[in-house]
Design a protein around this ligand. Sequence first.
Ligand code: COA
Length: 146
Amino acid sequence: MRVLRISAQDTYPIRQQVLVPTHELKKAKFENDDDEDISFHLGAFLDGKLVSVASFFYERNPLFPDLHQYQLRGMATLPEHQGKGLSSELLTTAFPIIKQNFCTLLWCNARVSAVGFYEKVGFKKLNEDVFEIDDIGPHILMYKQI
Ligand SMILES: CC(C)(COP(=O)(O)OP(=O)(O)OC[C@H]1O[C@@H](n2cnc3c(N)ncnc32)[C@H](O)[C@@H]1OP(=O)(O)O)[C@@H](O)C(=O)NCCC(=O)NCCS
């Protein structure tokens, strides 16, 4: 397995397939995806095929005191490759990059179904509040100090 920096465009097929219930391309695109001053994207490759993606955005959430924060979005592994440690590897690669950019916190709106995954890679829930994100379902705010 190899982890490489990829473009936002490279993430779209996996985001569409895994994260967008309707598989629409426009819903797989995020604000600032193409702004390299704000975001970066990582991909995990198996036998040369991109199978897992994650994106990181310089974005402050006022619920946290840290001045410099990143938001994790678009975390997805193709179903047939889930449970092989690929997402964990993407995050382990991202942590030092985030730190190098003088950020001390990574946060995400975690799908309730993925909370167990985030806890395994060291994220904590800020609180027990569950909120709905349209068309996707219940989420919980989680964070990891970097
Ligand atoms: C959640 C997701 C990104 C995890 O990716 P992955 O590549 O399968 O994750 P890993 O293999 O690195 O998992 C790391 C650990 O978390 C566990 N894990 C993975 N998904 C989990 C889940 N949904 N709930 C609980 N534990 C989970 C794995 O079993 C593994 O445990 P281990 O270290 O004891 O073996 C992937 O399952 C996925 O794409 N799900 C659908 C989309 C989604 O929910 N994305 C998150 C949006 S917030």
